[in-house]
Design a protein around this ligand. Sequence first.
Ligand code: SF4
Length: 228
Amino acid sequence: MEQRGQTELLLRVMSSKKMQKRAQEIFNSLQERYPDAHCALNYSSPLELLFATILSAQSTDVGVNKATPELFKAFPTVQAYAKSTPEEIEPYISSIGLFRSKAKSIHSSANMIVDDFNGKVPDTMSDLIKLRGVARKTANVVLGNAFNKNEGVVVDTHVARLSQRFGLTAETKPEKIEKDLMDLFPQKQWCMLSHLLVWHGRQVCKKRGGSCNTDSICNRYCKNRDSV
Ligand code: SF4
């Protein structure tokens, strides 16, 4: 509550121009620190990224990356997934949480891609969210990374936490955090912004706090370091 109050106060007293300037400074500092920040899921095509992202819901990227090489080898085309059954997909992803429902999502999405999208992963938000297991967050990952389209900001647990701690939002719901970030950062930065915040979240700012007193970016921009 205290953290939210501090951020709300910050957002009220700073003009939007000042907020955007501060946001840009944060972006630049993170980019300088993490010049290689990128999507942590391994993939070599939009289809592989789509299915890796479906698999990553409530699971770790590391766990997904362990399972996908065999999955991608067994099903080299979207038609191969479509012709299979969820039960045939399951053994390849059984190490991942919710694997039965994710196998159904992959199988159903593959069929829709074959039947409705000419065998190609769609590259618009409105079409992607028609696929089973694909909501706005997954669609943003695919659009930003496989198609270089900045339609929105991917808000995962790291992005949500860091956005709050850096005073970029006072919201707690992902869709509202995403809107605040889209207002603060230029569109061309949306995909990279998410990678940078995830990188900082993984390496420095963990859920229960981090290098609060020793990290230069945190010392400069975190509004909550004394309360973590
Ligand atoms: S100061 Fe601490 S809480 Fe704030 S962003 Fe850095 S590591 Fe996270």
